[in-house]
Design a protein. Structure first.
Length: 293
């Protein structure tokens, strides 16, 4: 069976754009895989909200992200791309982060050049570390890899802080330091997108954030613009919150969810998402294959 890292490397070298919706647990990861997407994205914001109960302001730790990553990689067969925030510290921390993500079965991670405490890239008030410090982190990340196919995605948040010229300079430096894919956060205009594509000679990732700062460009248009990868980190999470609030309102107001049954799976179909039929068949096989008294 092809390793997830190798599978993702193969996708990077094939025509077309890689679409990776965001998961925050095993169920959402399995739904993404079942829908036929080639990769799953583990969202740091989603992990912070669902595991820690805090907004995306640097609360999720390496340990918490690893716990989520291990659970998800044990559930799916497609590659997992994982948020690693700032690498959880300096260059030595980044080195450890890459090693631990590799051991967890992650196929790719992204680290960013925000200063700590970091925040969601589509919130105001960000700051970035000096370019040289981030280059050092990237070198550490590259040296940490034990699997040559492990994909290093480097994100810059400089656009909202120091402008497009500095963003381009950082992209060039990060590429030279060993990044495999570049992730320019919160691109706002087509002219900025076109300049980045023109001056940066690496695959680019687009962050599709509903109600965020970037235009919600359809996947075919992103591919035409030259993006190799697009993540949808919050699409499921934001939708689930909306539906959950609706269900809770129905219970509180009417004491029943009968009016919502058409929007709900049956219990059996729900468990089938995570392998009920296969596991029952396996259990039945064991029960019938043993010695008879």
């Amino acid at each position: 069976m092809t390793k997830p890292t190798t599978a993702l490397r193969h996708l990077l070298h094939q025509p077309g754009i890689i679409v990776a919706p965001g998961a925050y647990d095993c169920l959402t990861a399995k739904l993404i895989e079942r829908e036929g997407f080639p990769a799953v994205y583990l969202t740091g914001a989603g992990t912070s909200v669902t595991r820690v109960g805090k907004p995306d302001l640097g609360f999720a730790t390496l340990t918490e992200m690893l716990d989520s990553a291990r659970a998800i990689t044990s559930t799916i067969d497609v590659p997992l791309i994982a948020d690693a925030d700032t690498g959880y510290g300096g260059a030595l921390n980044v080195y450890r982060t890459v090693r631990e993500y590799e051991k967890a079965g992650v196929a790719a991670l992204h680290i960013e050049d925000q200063s700590f405490p970091k925040r969601c890239g589509h919130l105001d008030g960000k700051d970035v570390i000096p370019l040289g410090d981030m280059v050092t982190k990237i070198r550490a990340a590259c040296e940490a890899r034990t699997d040559a196919d492990f994909v290093l995605i480097v994100r810059t948040d400089a656009l909202a802080v120091s402008g497009l010229d500095d963003t381009i300079a950082r992209c060039v430096a990060y590429a030279e330091a060993g990044a495999d894919v570049l992730f320019v956060e919160a691109l706002r205009t087509l002219s900025d997108i076109e300049r980045v594509r023109r001056e940066v000679d690496l695959p680019l990732l687009y962050n599709f954030v509903e109600h965020g700062k970037s235009p919600l460009l359809p996947v075919p248009e992103l591919a035409t613009l030259g993006f190799k990868m697009v993540i949808f980190p919050g699409s499921i999470m934001l939708s689930v919150c909306t539906l959950a609030q609706r269900v809770l309102h129905e219970i509180r107001q009417h004491g029943t969810t009968a009016a919502l049954l058409e929007d709900m799976l049956s219990v059996r179909d729900f468990f089938d998402i995570v392998g009920l039929q296969d596991l029952l068949a396996l259990d039945a096989k064991w029960a019938t294959s043993g010695p008879k008294n």
